[in-house]
Design a protein around this ligand. Structure first.
Ligand code: DP6
Length: 326
């Protein structure tokens, strides 16, 4: 019997500074907007993929649990790579996160980036990162960005496709991200369902789409120019516009907790007092504070003092997904 084809990969979550929310095409999982992100080094997903001759269906375990919806998304990505490799075997996929899953900490981003990197290596395909990002995007739009380290950019193209690639290496502008955890519980409405509901019901959705391209181009300019204050303004505006769309979705997508708002107020007070820091929040209650390295201890202390913050994680900017031993 031929040997199983096995590889392991590690990927880090990423946090968008100019957000993705909404889809152009549900079946192809094409985003309605581009996005700009930073990949974080403090948290990681480790995924082992083993294609086994004779195995008819994929078996997927995430943090030891099986889940039908996740398995379908994993199989859709694996099918694309199996086709490229001319392999029909089912795969055993084991993935674990060293941080809470499904709680607005971008576990699907690191998860699908690690998956395609491990599967590519197991099948001996050796595809370039840009191509793996296109496969990861089918699993989760934000995952395409975790193939790259530092600042990553996803742009919609006129032909209907997207391009994903690196914008700036982590060492070129080594910002820090301090994450305030306010709840480790999984969110009630995931991004996929939430985006569909926003498109169908939020009166602000069209305005979000129409104003997005200018934010993205401004974000790119400010990253390239290392202009922290200007990036802060664009990133907070993009985040709050996305949450305005979420809040005006029916039923409303209210991802914030009281501690989330208290963190924003603490960060605004710090910034008014001259500390270079800005906030962003994804589809969950956690607050991510992006700051210059010299500000980390002040930001950490301010967030840790907010009632309801259960843990503070301090992260640098991390590398793109990579193959690991195991
Ligand atoms: C709020 O990438 O999780 O984190 O493509 O449906 O899997 P799917 O959505 P996902 O959405 C991420 C939304 C966000 C903003 C962002 O990361 O840009």
């Amino acid at each position: 019997m031929p040997a199983p084809l096995t590889a392991t990969a590690i990927a880090h979550p990423n946090i968008a500074l100019v957000k993705y929310w909404g889809k152009r095409d549900d079946a192809a999982n094409l985003p309605a907007t581009g996005s700009l992100s930073v990949t974080l080094d403090a948290m990681r997903t480790r995924t082992r993929v083993c294609f086994e001759p004779g195995l008819g269906a994929d078996r997927v375990r995430l943090d030891g649990q099986e889940d039908a919806a996740t398995s379908r998304r994993v199989s859709a990505c694996l099918d694309l790579l199996r086709r490229r490799a001319g392999v029909a075997h089912g795969a055993v996929v084991e993935s674990d996160n060293d941080f809470p899953t499904g709680a607005g900490l971008a576990s699907s981003a690191s998860g699908f980036a690690a998956l395609v990197t491990a599967a590519d290596a197991a099948l001996g395909l050796g595809l370039p990162r840009e191509e793996l990002a296109q496969v990861a995007r089918i699993g989760s739009g934000s995952a395409a960005r975790s193939l790259f380290g530092g600042f990553a950019l996803l742009r919609n193209q006129a032909d209907g496709g997207v391009t994903v690639g690196p914008l700036l290496a982590p060492e070129a502008w080594p910002l820090r991200v301090v994450i305030a955890i306010t709840s480790a519980l999984p969110k009630e409405v995931g991004s996929r369902d939430g985006m569909a509901a926003s498109r169908a019901t939020s009166p602000y959705y069209e305005a979000w789409l129409h104003s997005h391209a200018a934010d993205l181009e401004a974000g790119v300019r400010h990253v390239q120019g290392r202009d922290f204050a200007a990036l802060a303004t664009v990133a907070e505006h993009s985040c709050l516009k996305m949450h305005a769309v979420m809040l005006t979705t029916q039923p409303p997508l209210l991802y914030w907790l009281p501690a989330t708002l208290a963190c924003l107020q603490a960060l605004q007070a710090l910034r008014r007092a001259g500390t270079p820091v800005f906030f962003t929040i994804d589809a969950g209650p956690q607050v991510k504070a992006v700051c210059e390295p010299a500000a980390v201890s002040a930001v950490r202390a301010a967030l840790a003092a907010v009632p309801g913050v259960t843990r503070v994680i301090d992260s640098g900017l991390g590398p793109g997904a990579y193959r690991a031993n195991g």
